[in-house]
Design a protein around this ligand. Structure first.
Ligand SMILES: C[S@@+](CC[C@H](N)C(=O)[O-])C[C@H]1O[C@@H](n2cnc3c(N)ncnc32)[C@H](O)[C@@H]1O
Length: 414
């Protein structure tokens, strides 16, 4: 037994105590708390009892709290929790010697997540278990309620378990249901049953299609291939309605998407032409095209096709041109971006170092960086700052409520 005092919460969301033997990580603890750990293994406290709770500790709302790996910070009062997210952004920028105004973290409401990834397994008794991964484990925690997910998703969990059952054909199958609430209802893409795990027999495909009908799914697809579509899943981006490609990227929370797109639109106001790089199916493209013509690019051919379909069914927009292009291998050059005085980029977690170097060489006077990884954002921001841009503001956005993830929007000008 060891008694420890938690000094701070680290970047992964665990409490950290400083001991003569080094740092000790204690999950689900808060700064200032005195805890007792049964054992300390490889720098992790196990069997933790909280002796003196923080005044910022609140009662968690999820019945699976502590077991489910999803929401590890819901015991923290909103104020200090959001401030911690802001601090993660400040720390990432400080590592690149960048100082700027960091706004208060934009909060999202509970019950707002329109996308969840549910894992399915069969219990030894043959029951289908649908749930999230447990903390630091491959075990599944069966989920019947989820306070962060849109209740329309949660209500569908029992019928989604029947859909999942069809995909549990081979012992090696570990299906994951990527479930999205769209304007046409539920869109489900199943991964983890690809050929290497045995694929899916014709009989099982028929079973899955029947279960999709009973669950009233708009569409059921497997690794991006449509199995059945009762209604075309569509998403509204600003003034446009876009047919979402199966398995395509979509911001997880509409309120977070709006917080980010509205800041991008405000930043580029008055521009002659905007580039939207890593545009997906157009969540930024369409709101931006209410302000100026847009040049959009993304590696996903399906995303670009969806974006183009949205363009052809929407009137009153400024011109949009879209290209399917791998921006890691073939970043758009200053020549390709000629005429764009504003550039928005929203890369995956790896960031976009090569594309950013090209942006630095353009004549753009405003750049908006959107990121789900403050560390790679800070690295890319350093390139822009060294090229004469000033990072005017950064807004952290709490898209993944009660997780350690931090998203942000940064506005650069020169
Ligand atoms: C964080 S998402 C943003 C998408 C879009 N801006 C949105 O808000 O929906 C990142 C996007 O980067 C795209 N992407 C990933 N790797 C890429 C690459 N090498 N080149 C171009 N786009 C890529 C993905 O297809 C995805 O659409």
């Amino acid at each position: 037994m060891e008694t420890l005092t938690i000094a701070r919460v680290g970047g992964q969301g665990d409490g950290i105590a400083q001991t003569p033997q080094g740092l000790v990580f204690a999950p689900l603890t808060l700064p200032g708390e005195i805890i007792r750990a049964e054992t300390i293994k490889e720098g992790r406290a196990e069997g933790v009892e909280i002796l003196t709770p923080s005044p910022d500790r609140i009662a968690p709302v999820s019945p699976q709290y502590g077991d489910c790996g999803g929401c590890s910070l819901q015991h923290w009062a909103t104020g200090p929790y959001l401030e911690w997210k802001r601090e993660q952004v400040r720390l990432a920028l400080a590592r690149e010697a960048i100082e700027t105004e960091i706004e208060a973290t934009v909060a999202v409401p509970m019950a707002s997540r329109r996308r969840v990834a549910l894992h399915a397994r069969r219990s030894p008794e043959g029951k289908v278990i649908l749930g999230f991964k447990a903390r630091k484990s491959w075990r599944l925690v069966e989920i019947a309620e989820c306070p962060v997910a849109d209740p329309r998703l949660v209500r569908a969990f029992p019928s989604l378990a029947r859909v999942a059952g069809a995909f549990l054909e081979h012992p090696k199958s570990a299906p994951t249901l990527h479930v999205t609430w769209t304007d046409a209802g539920l869109d489900v893409d199943v991964t983890g049953v690809e050929r290497k795990s045995g694929g899916l027999s014709r009989d099982r495909q028929m079973q899955a299609i029947r279960a999709a009908g009973e669950a009233d799914l708009a569409r059921l697809s497997m690794a991006g291939e449509t199995l059945v579509m009762a209604r075309q899943p569509r998403i509204t981006f600003g003034p446009a309605s876009v047919p979402l490609p199966p398995g395509g990227f979509l911001q997880a929370v509409p309120e977070a998407e709006l917080a980010m797109t509205s800041r991008a639109v405000a930043a580029v106001k008055g521009s002659k032409k905007v580039a939207d790089l890593f545009c997906g199916s157009g969540s930024f493209t369409f709101p931006l095209a209410t302000v100026a013509p847009v040049l959009a690019a993304d590696a996903s051919a399906a995303g670009i096709a969806a974006l183009k379909a949205g363009v052809s069914s929407t009137s009153g927009l400024r011109q949009i041109t879209a290209e399917a292009r791998d921006l890691f291998r073939r970043p758009l050059s200053p020549f390709d971006l000629k005429g764009c005085d504003a550039i928005v980029f929203d890369p995956p977690r790896a960031g976009a170092i090569d594309q950013t170097q090209q942006i630095a060489g353009t004549k753009a006077s405003v750049v908006v960086g959107v990121s789900c990884n403050p560390t790679t954002f800070a690295r890319d921001a350093r390139v822009l700052i060294d090229a004469g841009f000033r990072l005017e503001t950064v807004t952290p956005v709490d898209q993944f409520l009660w997780s350690a993830h931090v998203e942000l929007v940064g506005v650069f000008r020169r």
